[in-house]
Write a protein that binds this ligand. Structure first.
Ligand code: ARG
Length: 459
């Protein structure tokens, strides 16, 4: 049986049930690189404090690097009955440097070490997720730029509402993904404080140069309260919340793609490489990746809820409950990373189907709001304009009038104030051109926004 880090006080061995119930090694194993990095920095700080000779420090560092290699190469797995990754690293170090290993844990506890490891790990993961978001943004901007003039029906309540440029619609997702990147960067900024030195909860009486350690590990400062530091998991919650919001965005994009690829809409054709077939229905080509991304939103929200609940009412400082933050955190990270990559592939390879989009644009009298604004421009009160165009819409829909078949006389039956330019507005391309506000679907603005994003994303 492996020696526990806390063996001294105990006479009996741990029950096997507790060993398997309590170990976090199967999931916190992924923190090993961070744990080794933290150990190396700690050895340097212990040397500066006079607790290790330079030679001892170097031997510990060399042994820690050897432990890292044996884990990376799979020579060390989950065996050994270790409680967690921190115990495993110290245990392997003891195999290599039996007399020295016992010196490394001076001035630190797993309570501050687990926070340090998780922050180091998150720093890299958040960078990767941010690049994943960027790749999806690039796919969206690329697709919008491929169809610069394509006008599609925009919906409210999933009822046809107003024409918008396809690029404008796609840029809506680019904007929300940018906010996701902002939230993750914000969380990364707030967790950029060194937890080491907090030890179990009260700090340590040893001479530990925390500023040096912060420098060695790239933190901008040192955490100001040891009790808070070992009990706080806000940084985990913030990441989980940001990822849950990001997942919600991905699910909305996924949903549009599922809808647009139906036979009924037919606005897009998904590439076969991102579709699957049916075991029973030979004709089917299903948008499974988008559906899976949408379905995974559930676990992202669930992971956030799980950690919120684990933290609820928890007394200060460290409690073992806190170990329950890891599986949800790791799951959300893995889920968002793979969902982003899949969605980038789906978007990059899809094709719009302009004839189907044009057919849809002729249904639902999408020109109605533009005609009302046209009347407002000619001095009619908006309420009256709204009523006149509402009556006109009923006539257009009941008579199944195509825009091309509507004349100025037809319009004037509903309001004498219609001018000849009103007829142009029946064309969806003119409808988008008529928009003037900042952030609207005006083609000049959309073109500039696409160009701005291409530059920002270095496309
Ligand atoms: N595996 C633990 C966690 O993830 C590490 C800290 C354990 N500390 C302790 N005193 N039992 O939270």
């Amino acid at each position: 049986m492996t020696k526990k880090l806390w063996g001294g006080r105990f006479k009996k061995p741990t029950d096997g049930l507790l060993e398997s119930f309590g170990t976090s090694l199967p999931f916190d194993r992924r923190l090993y690189r961070a744990d080794i990095r933290a150990g190396i920095a700690h050895a340097r700080v212990l040397r500066e404090g006079g607790y290790l000779t330079a030679r001892e420090r170097d031997r510990i560092i060399a042994a820690l690097k050897a432990v890292e290699a044996e884990i990376t190469e799979g020579r060390v797995g989950l065996e050994g009955g270790y409680e967690d990754i921190h115990s495993l690293v110290l245990g392997r170090l003891a195999e290599k440097e039996p007399e020295l290993a016992g010196k490394l844990h001076a001035g630190r506890s797993r309570n501050d070490l687990v926070v340090l490891d998780t922050r180091l790990y998150l720093r890299e993961e958040l960078e990767e997720i941010s690049s994943g978001i960027r790749a999806l943004q690039s796919a969206l901007v690329g697709k919008g730029s491929e169809y610069p003039d394509l006008v599609i029906p925009g919906y409210t309540h999933l009822q046809p509402a107003q024409p918008v440029l396809a690029g404008h619609h796609l840029l809506a997702f680019v904007e929300m993904l940018q906010r996701d990147r902002g939230r993750l960067a914000d969380a990364a900024r707030r967790m950029d404080l060194l937890p080491a030195g907090s030890a179990a909860l009260a700090g340590s009486g040893l001479k530990l140069d925390q500023k040096l350690m912060a420098e060695l590990l790239g933190f901008k400062g040192v955490a100001p309260n040891s009790v808070d530091t070992v009990s706080d998991r806000d940084f985990v919650l913030e990441v989980l919340a940001a990822l849950a919001i990001c997942g919600t965005h991905l699910s909305r994009l996924a949903s549009e793609l599922v809808l647009w690829s139906t036979a009924e809409f037919g606005f897009i054709e998904l590439d076969e490489s991102f579709c699957t077939g049916s075991s029973f229905l030979p004709q089917k080509k299903n948008p499974d990746p988008a559906e899976l991304v949408r379905g995974k939103t559930g676990r992202l929200g669930g992971n956030l809820q799980a950690v919120l609940t684990a933290l609820h009412g928890l007394p200060l400082a460290y409690n073992r409950d806190l170990q329950e933050d890891k599986e949800p955190l790791f799951d959300s990270i893995d889920t968002v990373k793979s969902s982003l990559a899949v969605m980038a592939g789906v978007v990059a390879t899809l094709k719009f189907n302009p004839p189907a989009v044009e057919r849809a644009l002729r249904r639902g009298f999408l020109a109605a709001p533009d005609l009302a604004e046209h009347l407002v421009g000619r001095g009619v009160a908006f309420r009256q304009a709204h009523r006149a165009v509402g009556e006109l819409a009923v006539w257009v829909i009941e008579e199944e009038k195509e825009p091309a078949g509507i004349t100025l006389e037809d319009l004037r039956k509903f309001s004498p104030d219609f001018g000849p330019e009103a007829l142009e507005l029946l064309d969806p391309a003119a409808s988008v051109r008529a928009k003037k506000t900042i952030g609207s679907t005006n083609p000049g603005m959309v073109k500039r926004n696409l160009a701005k994003w291409r530059k920002k994303l270095e496309l």
